[in-house]
Design a protein around this ligand. Structure first.
Ligand code: LLP
Length: 399
């Protein structure tokens, strides 16, 4: 980073709190996924829900990615980024008929998460669909982000394949895509590989397929010393097992994956300023910041862990503290009993690996505006999203 892009100067220019993304790292991760999968044809999609900031998504699209979208807003964003409609997959989940009609008009393939939706899509005259199956093996860093298995609302249960075939026969719709997404944030590919085999067995019975999409979910090492996901081994295993499947199927199909977190998490940092430091009589120290779970909900919601650095005094003696936000709830905590350099009001802190599901899940709770988003692209630094003002926030109400 050049000095013009030092966190201190960025905060001075753009205010605190502040999200900053490093596009070089985003591109490197996008290339890493491509390099790991040798099977051709291969089409990665970016799960844009992880970070919908157009500047970030454009960097990934620039690496030849399509978009995995889950709402009309995400489809609109993808099309506005110039992504061809056939490279946008709309993975629906309880979509409305109006949303279905819009997606059809936009030329986007719908990935149906229920028999209900497949039937209605077929009856609307659509010729093609993708179907998301629940392969029974879920995984994920927390139960709230495990998206397969008996407890999840997602996908068509694998045992209902016969019904999918019946709808195909009765309506003439062709299931051209077979999809799964088993969960988010796994660092071990055991469940993923197992569910790939289940999904390939399902795919083998769908005669009109053009692609199989095995979803996203690759985790990143959030904790100090944690080992990274072994992408090279996963890529080699997946390429080999997909090749064997295509051989059995009798045709070379397109393989798709749809990572979100892996591409953007490590490239993002949430910078915040310490506003107060206080000690309770029992010795517990609270380091309070000018942001909270309104801007980064992952810790409160999933007990997630984010590394924290004190940029102002990195070498101060260590102190065990709770790092907390400025939202009026006791759950507004970024770290409990963490050893950090002793902080003082005014210090700047970095909450690391917050590029995925950080700003994407931010809210205006407590009527606090959203922070700005800055992208660093080599020597260039630019504002990707302006800081929201209180006036802008209040202007949405009908007074
Ligand atoms: N495909 C589908 C259909 C998905 O639902 C998701 C994520 C992905 C792909 C991308 O998963 P990834 O590669 O990012 O793991 N807010 C949570 C994560 C929720 C993930 C939801 N679906 C968090 O902060 O950890």
């Amino acid at each position: 980073m050049t000095s013009a892009a030092s966190p201190a100067s960025l905060i001075e220019l753009h205010g605190s709190p502040l999200y900053v993304y490093d596009l070089a790292l985003v591109r490197a991760r996008a290339q890493q996924v491509r390099a790991a999968i040798s099977w051709q044809p291969f089409q990665p999609l970016y799960a844009i829900k992880a970070n919908p900031c157009p500047a970030v998504a454009a960097a990934i699209v620039g690496e030849g990615y399509g978009i995995d979208a889950v709402s009309p807003g995400e489809v609109a964003l993808a099309l506005r980024l110039g992504v061809r409609p056939d490279l946008v997959l709309y993975t629906e989940n309880n979509m409305t008929d109006a949303e279905q009609a819009l997606a059809i008009a936009q030329g986007v393939l719908i990935n149906c998460g229920s028999l209900d939706r497949l039937e209605r899509l077929a009856r609307s005259g659509a010729k093609q669909a993708c179907v998301r199956f629940n392969p029974e093996f879920g995984d994920g860093a927390h139960e709230k982000i495990c998206t397969a298995g008996p407890l999840t609302k997602f996908g068509v249960h694998q045992s209902l394949l016969g019904e999918v075939r019946r709808i195909e026969r009765e309506t003439g719709i062709q299931v051209v895509g077979c999809h799964m997404h088993i969960g988010s944030g796994f660092l071990d590919a055991t469940a993923f590989s197992k569910s790939c085999e289940v999904i390939f067995a399902i795919a083998a019975q769908l005669p009109h397929l053009q692609f199989v999409d095995v979803g996203g979910g690759i985790g990143i090492p959030y904790r100090e010393g944690q080992a990274a996901f072994d992408l090279a081994t996963m890529g080699a295993t997946l390429s080999a097992s997909f090749a064997a499947f295509c051989h059995r199927y009798g045709r070379a199909l397109e393989l798709r994956v749809e990572p979100g977190r892996f591409l953007v998490a490590e490239a993002g940092t949430l910078y915040t300023t310490v506003t107060s430091v206080k000690s309770n009589p029992d010795g517990r120290v609270f380091v309070g910041c000018d942001t909270g779970f309104n801007h980064l909900v992952r810790v409160a919601m999933y007990d997630a862990y984010h590394r924290i650095s004190n940029l102002t005094r990195p070498h101060a003696p260590s102190q065990v503290v709770d790092v907390v936000g400025n939202i009026c709830e006791s759950g507004d905590v970024f770290a409990r009993q963490r050893a950090l350099p002793t902080a003082q009001p005014g210090d700047q802190l970095a909450l690391h690996d917050t590029g995925a599901y950080g700003m994407a899940m931010a809210s205006t709770y407590n009527t606090r505006p959203l922070p700005a988003e800055i992208v660093i692209d080599g020597p260039t630094v630019r504002v990707a999203r302006r800081r929201q003002t209180v006036d802008e926030l209040l202007a949405q109400y009908v007074w």
